[in-house]
Design a protein around this ligand. Structure first.
Ligand SMILES: Cc1ncc(C[n+]2csc(CCOP(=O)(O)OP(=O)(O)O)c2C)c(N)n1
Ligand SMILES: [Mg+2]
Length: 276
């Protein structure tokens, strides 16, 4: 890649990316994080980069483990997971990264998977175009320390049933014959089959990524196999002013209210003395 970049302190990438973007809003800023990095040591920085809607793109590579340090459990490791630091199984409930995005009023959340570079490219392009913090979660395998952690979703025999690629404005259909779909039943989502029990395509939810209310986005992001397919694609993409835009507006406004406009005016604005 023909780009500038640098490594920062583990977990503090969002703080550095925030500074880079605000110092020069014309830059396209991309920040690469791991699940331990973004959701454990850097959880605080992560949520505020989302809440502030800094116009940066966060790529969260979620392999559900601390890979670099050789296999300790992370906040996304599944409950019961045996790792170097949980020899009898993890007793914590894992985060869905999306829960933090919605909880922090994030404006863009998409999920993709390492085995599908085409979908990944589409999502990255959309993230780049989004004004505000874009958070792309990439479900990633760690061959050495957490092999096949997303195996249920990627296995050839399950792929069609356990992956649903959603698109704004399109019905949420999936399966080999594209006849299974997601239906809203009261306050719950369920999987139904078109053509069975009087279900028609009209019963299937149509994806609205642009609605401000995050309720349904969160419900979709929380679905997991085997009961549901994993939802991939752009789940949430809503318009809101980015931090640097509001900062620039405030800066302009402050100039109209300012008592002094130049350094000279400031220096001569008060009582002055001449030293002889
Ligand atoms: C300030 C600081 N604390 C701890 C570490 C040690 N450390 C390096 S990588 C890592 C965890 C990496 O896990 P994750 O973010 O999930 O990335 P992965 O290696 O799995 O891609 C830790 C704890 C560090 N480098 N710096
Ligand atoms: Mg990791």
């Amino acid at each position: 890649m023909n780009t500038y970049g640098f490594h920062t302190v583990h977990g503090r990438g969002p703080a550095v990316a925030t500074g880079v973007k605000l110092a020069n809003p014309k830059l396209s800023v991309w920040e690469v994080q791991g699940d331990g990095d973004a959701l454990a040591i850097g959880g605080n920085h992560f949520i505020h980069a989302l809440r502030r809607n800094i116009d940066i793109n966060i790529l969260l590579f979620n392999n559900e483990i601390y890979g670099l340090t050789k296999g300790q459990y992370s906040p996304t490791s599944q409950m019961g997971k045996v790792t170097k630091s949980t020899p009898f199984g993890a007793v914590e409930r894992p985060f869905h990264a999306a829960e933090l995005v919605m909880g922090a009023q994030g404006t863009y959340y998409a999920r993709t998977i390492d085995t599908n570079p085409k979908l990944m490219t589409e999502i990255f392009v959309k993230a780049a175009k989004h004004v505000g913090t874009s958070m792309v979660e990439i479900l990633q395998n760690c061959v050495i320390f957490n092999d096949k952690t997303h195996g249920a979703i990627t296995a050839r025999e399950n792929r069609d049933d356990f992956q649903l690629h959603i698109e704004h404005g399109k019905p949420m259909l999936f399966g080999k014959d594209k006849n299974k779909g997601i239906k809203l039943n009261g306050l719950k989502l369920e999987v139904v089959t078109v053509g069975e029990n009087g279900i028609t395509e009209k019963d299937i939810l149509v994806h609205d990524a642009h609605t401000e209310d995050p309720t349904l986005h969160l419900m979709l992001a929380r679905l997991t196999p085997p009961k549901f397919p994993m939802i991939l694609g752009v789940i949430r993409e809503v318009k809101a002013k980015a931090y640097y835009q509001m900062m620039e507006e405030e800066f302009e406004m402050s100039k109209t209210r300012a008592k002094y406009h130049t350094m000279d005016e400031l220096l001569h604005g008060g009582e002055t003395w001449e030293v002889k």
